[in-house]
Design a protein around this ligand. Structure first.
Ligand SMILES: NC(=O)c1ccc[n+]([C@@H]2O[C@H](COP(=O)([O-])OP(=O)(O)OC[C@H]3O[C@@H](n4cnc5c(N)ncnc54)[C@H](O)[C@@H]3O)[C@@H](O)[C@H]2O)c1
Length: 265
């Protein structure tokens, strides 16, 4: 038995680099995972892999910008596993744009996924948690993936940073709003993690002639971590496990830096 045995945990962006690492690890801990991402097929593939390894998982298609889809995701998780204990709002996108080139369309694209998506996830999760409380099962945990970009403004990622600052703000507001109901909201802040997202960021640096070589932006950012290397997705598993388990029950409204020592706050 682990502290996560039979916990029903929903993860958005669950087939991406960080989400998949968390999904696999928490499933191995005994949690029942709802693998939620844009593609049903990809979500089903990861859920199948978890099941083959002896874990419990279902795949669900969700676009986190759409409230009805977020609602359906949580309902499917509750239907499959009896309830929802934890929601990871982890889906996100990045875009490299020099400050003066950010368009209204860029702003809306990035903030719709990274900020609105988190707001909708938190709102719908609280509705689920309240229904469960009426049925005698109070509480619930919301865990948001923020970033070092939630603590520092980086050029040329201003709109991405704004969306991640928003995640911290909403986490703190939700913690204050729902604490008395035993519902907690926390976030963790990765640094430079080797995932498909960084391929996009790195290409954006080259496309905008800010760097010339592949991985130059990635290596330059990663070199600022005092632990001396870029993160791998598995580096985020420990904090995810802690925030999802009862070990973090008396903590809410917090942002935990897990960046190898890039940003000290
Ligand atoms: N990679 C890093 O260095 C880094 C650093 C700090 C924070 N983060 C954050 O970590 C989270 C996970 O990122 P990652 O690095 O694993 O990237 P990734 O690109 O590997 O995964 C992101 C996942 O989100 C999904 N997604 C995108 N838009 C969606 C939408 N509208 N609805 C549902 N799912 C959607 C994608 O399909 C993908 O599977 C993101 O919130 C990201 O901002 C990443």
């Amino acid at each position: 038995m682990s502290k996560l045995t039979d916990k029903s945990i929903v993860i958005t962006g669950a087939t991406g680099g960080i989400g998949a690492a968390i999904a696999r690890a928490l499933a191995a801990d005994g949690a029942a995972i709802t693998v939620a991402d844009l593609s049903q097929a990809t979500a089903d593939t990861l859920a199948g892999e978890i099941a083959t390894a002896g874990g419990k998982a279902i795949g669900v298609a969700v676009d986190v910008r759409e409230r009805a889809q977020v609602r359906a995701m949580l309902d499917k998780a509750a239907e499959a596993f009896g309830r929802v204990d934890v929601l990871f709002n982890n889906a996100g996108i990045a875009q490299t744009r020099p400050f003066l080139d950010i368009t209204e369309e860029d702003w809306r694209l990035v903030t719709d996924v990274n900020a609105l998506g988190v707001l909708l996830g938190m709102q719908e999760a609280v509705k689920t948690f309240r229904q469960q409380a009426e049925a005698g099962h109070p509480g619930g945990k919301i865990i948001n993936t923020a970033s070092i970009a939630a603590k520092q403004g980086y050029e040329p990622l201003a709109h991405y940073c704004a969306s991640k600052f928003a995640v911290v703000a909403m986490t703190q507001a939700a913690a204050r709003a729902f604490g008395k109901e035993g519902i907690t909201a926390n976030c963790f802040c990765p640094g430079v993690v080797a995932t498909p997202m960084w391929d996009v960021i790195d290409k954006g640096f080259r496309d905008n002639k800010l760097t010339t070589k592949e991985n130059e932006a990635f290596d330059t950012f990663a070199a600022t971590a005092v632990l001396g290397r870029a993160s791998q997705p598995d580096d985020l598993v420990g904090v995810a496990r802690y925030l999802a388990s009862s070990d973090s029950d008396f903590m809410t409204g917090q942002s935990l830096m897990v960046d190898g020592g890039m940003v000290f706050i």
